[in-house]
Design a protein around this ligand. Sequence first.
Ligand code: GTP
Ligand code: MG
Length: 360
Amino acid sequence: GPYGAQRRHASKHRFFAVELSQALFDFVIQRLPTQEEMAVKEDVRKLLERLIRTIEPDSRLLSFGSTANGFSLRNSDMDLCCLIDSDERLSASDMVTMLGDLLERETKFNVKPLPHARIPIVKLSLDPSPGLPLGIACDIGFENRLALENTRLLMCYAMIDPTRVRTLVLFLKVWSKRRSINSPYQGTLSSYGYVLLVIYFLIHVKNPPVLPNLQQMPPLRPISQEDTHIGGHNTWFFDDIELLRQRWQSSNTDSVADLLIDFFRYYSRDFTYNTGVASIRGGLLKKESKGWQNEASSRYNDSRERNRFCIEDPFEIDFNVARCVTKEGLYQIRGEFMRASRILAMRPRAVAALAQLCEE
Ligand code: GTP
Ligand code: MG
């Protein structure tokens, strides 16, 4: 009958989606850090904390970024942030200089202090050795409390639906690195930017949504201004994930494969790059309403370049996380979204499809 073809089509798609979802889980699991790697990293953090305390006894060294938010891959960098709980503390750039000297003297790390960077950091690395075949790379910054909070926000999103959120994010991180579109220094997008794109898609594009908007949920009890603001930025979000899981359940039952296919389709075809801003806090916003339009003001400044692709930071809402993306970079990124869509539309065998998607 007339519906036969449709039914066959649907069942073929389901078969492909089931197979692709399984292949995605397997692909990601193989690339998770080992227990051993995580233990080595924790040892390094403790060692560095001990050393920093010889300069500032009241300091703590906390990890943020992928080592702390559940989106870490094997051999990913370690992002560390030093918090100093005393009133008279040295400036971040003085700390960077002093810590740089200390680590140079006391450890085997390759040390590169960057005291005059926009965000002063000390860069550290260890070359590969028999016990640590991949070496280690680590950045230490100071008082970056917003980064600690956005890490916690991403971790909460990962915890709400660990299977689908983590699988999607981790796959996209591998994919974007292999396809050379994960490099803000070369005009493309940071991992942080890709994670925000995934979360935006799961909250605001998918219907029914896969994730709730943690920044817009009613708080359980009254909250005070000082508890929720860091440097003038509102960092409040609903973070009682245990309670949330009792009270909220997504009615979206799409498989990881369905979500990945839709993700690529959305960013290759539907997202309005010229006028839109992806905001996990507020949905799809307009560049105009944020003063981020790209044909802006004069040709003497580079605001045009800065706002080709707009992703609002969840807390620093004046900050475009994709500001480093250039015209060529965006062309490349969109080209990759289209390529991925095209490959998946042909419904090849799943394992081969993933290999082809991530071809270097
Ligand atoms: P890999 O290092 O690729 O494994 O990914 P990652 O998850 O560590 O992401 P990335 O290195 O891009 O960023 C690490 C952390 O730095 C993020 O979780 C944020 O907390 C912070 N961060 C990175 N880029 C920005 C940015 O542009 N703005 C702000 N506010 N924070 C950022
Ligand atoms: Mg990192």
